[in-house]
Design a protein around this ligand. Structure first.
Ligand SMILES: [Zn+2]
Length: 404
């Protein structure tokens, strides 16, 4: 990291709560006037001006837009804007088959992207792969490489971001892995470990469909069923790092066993593997999900029923979520969105059947997220932990002894 970038990062890390709110507002709403920043943050205009000055001085925010023609400081009604190239971030999404990485600027605009296959799933192999992928991305972004501040890594499962621990990741077969520490020992940047759906939610909240939406939920369908919640101005992390695990709501029949070992979870019926298993049993041979999709499109009764059963459970789970939390919007993402026609009717019917009163007004939209979008979410999570002083220096970062 070059000196200029280090100064910018130090300023953000040491910012007061008020200054952090001002920067976050400029970051996500640029260009924006100081009057509007004051309105958004509830701070006085004097407090906003005080917070903006150092951001301009270190080159994070551009106030040229607000200068008078004669070069004097402009009026508060004139806009200021974030300087996207002031910093770079790396984001990596860990999938079961490969690592997907992006290098982005401060607004998560992608500067470079790359992928790397995963030969094995043990944490050391995955950490080595992430290091190699980050180095490749670093090489590809020219002088922006000197401005990389952090790397966000998104893993599915129960992730403790503050402790840097993957407590449980069934797909990877991990339990209680101090993965943040392992990554910190390999990489020269601040590492942020985040649950993948929560990372996607942070990305959508700051730079995607969530901008300007007071509350929303992301529900991902595919290999797992997950959700991320944005409520009352915050991405919900949960006191124990677990929140919005709708895949493990016990809404399915008791005889269905989930990959988490419990009975009757939504995932035990609605996850890709469960659909494969149901259709395979009906046909007396191994059927892949792609084949199941094709069979359902051809009208095969067993495949059609399997998707309908999955969709009904997902719709019921979304209704439960909406009844509890009351978001104005639910965004359905994940790899199975590409076959949403097989889910849509049963899902919407189940949602309407179980949504209580005005909760049924909640809009449900689909959004196909690529794995690069998930990696961008990881980069957004890294920006979030840089800016959010509560997460800026996790207990394990920097103090971790190098692992052999
Ligand atoms: Zn489960």
């Amino acid at each position: 990291m070059n000196d200029e970038t280090a100064m910018r990062a130090a300023l953000l890390r040491s910012s007061s709560d008020a200054a952090t709110r001002v920067f976050t507002t400029i970051l996500t709403r640029s260009p924006i006037s100081r009057i509007d920043i004051a309105r958004e943050t509830g701070l006085s205009q004097a407090a906003v001006t005080k917070a903006v000055s150092p951001l301009v001085a270190v080159g994070l925010v551009d106030a040229k837009l607000s200068l008078s023609p004669d070069g004097r400081p402009g009026r508060p009604a004139h806009p200021v804007a974030v300087i996207p190239e002031a910093m770079a971030m790396l984001g990596v999404k860990v999938t079961i088959d490969e690592l997907v990485g992006v290098a982005t600027d401060l607004t998560t605009r992608v500067l470079a992207s790359d992928r790397m296959p995963l030969e094995a799933h043990d944490p050391a192999t995955v950490a080595d792969g992430i290091e190699a992928l980050c180095r490749r991305l670093e090489d590809r972004i020219g002088e922006m490489a000197g401005r990389i501040v952090g790397v966000g890594v998104a893993v599915s499962g129960d992730v403790d971001t503050v402790a840097g621990v993957v407590r449980e990741a069934a797909l990877m077969g991990w339990s209680g892995e101090e993965f943040g520490r392992q990554l910190s020992a390999r990489l020269p940047w601040q590492v942020t470990l985040e649950n993948d759906v929560r990372a996607l939610t942070i990305g959508e909240h700051w730079f995607g469909v969530g901008v300007g939406t007071g509350s929303f939920a992301i529900v991902t369908i595919g290999r797992g069923i997950g959700s991320g919640l944005y409520v009352n101005g915050e991405v919900v992390g949960g006191a124990n790092g677990v929140a919005g695990e709708i895949g493990h709501l016990p809404l399915a029949p008791r005889d269905r066993i989930c990959s988490c070992g419990r009975r009757g979870c939504v995932e035990a019926v609605a996850a890709t593997a469960a659909i494969e298993e149901t259709v395979s049993r009906a046909h007396g041979r191994a059927v892949t999900v792609d084949e199941a999709v094709q069979l359902a499109h051809e009208g095969d009764p067993a495949a059609t029923a399997a998707f309908q059963e999955a969709a009904t459970l997902i719709g019921t789970a979304i209704a439960s979520l909406v009844n509890l939390v009351g978001p104005e919007l639910v965004i359905i993402g994940g790899e199975a969105v590409s076959n949403f026609d097989l889910f849509e009717q049963s899902l919407r019917d189940a949602f309407q059947a179980h949504a209580f009163g005005a909760a049924a007004k909640c809009r449900i939209v689909t959004r196909p997220h690529t794995f690069e979008d998930w990696a961008r979410g990881a980069a957004a999570a890294a920006i979030c932990s840089l800016v959010d002083s509560g997460k800026a220096t996790p207990g394990w970062a920097g103090s971790a002894p190098p692992l052999s």
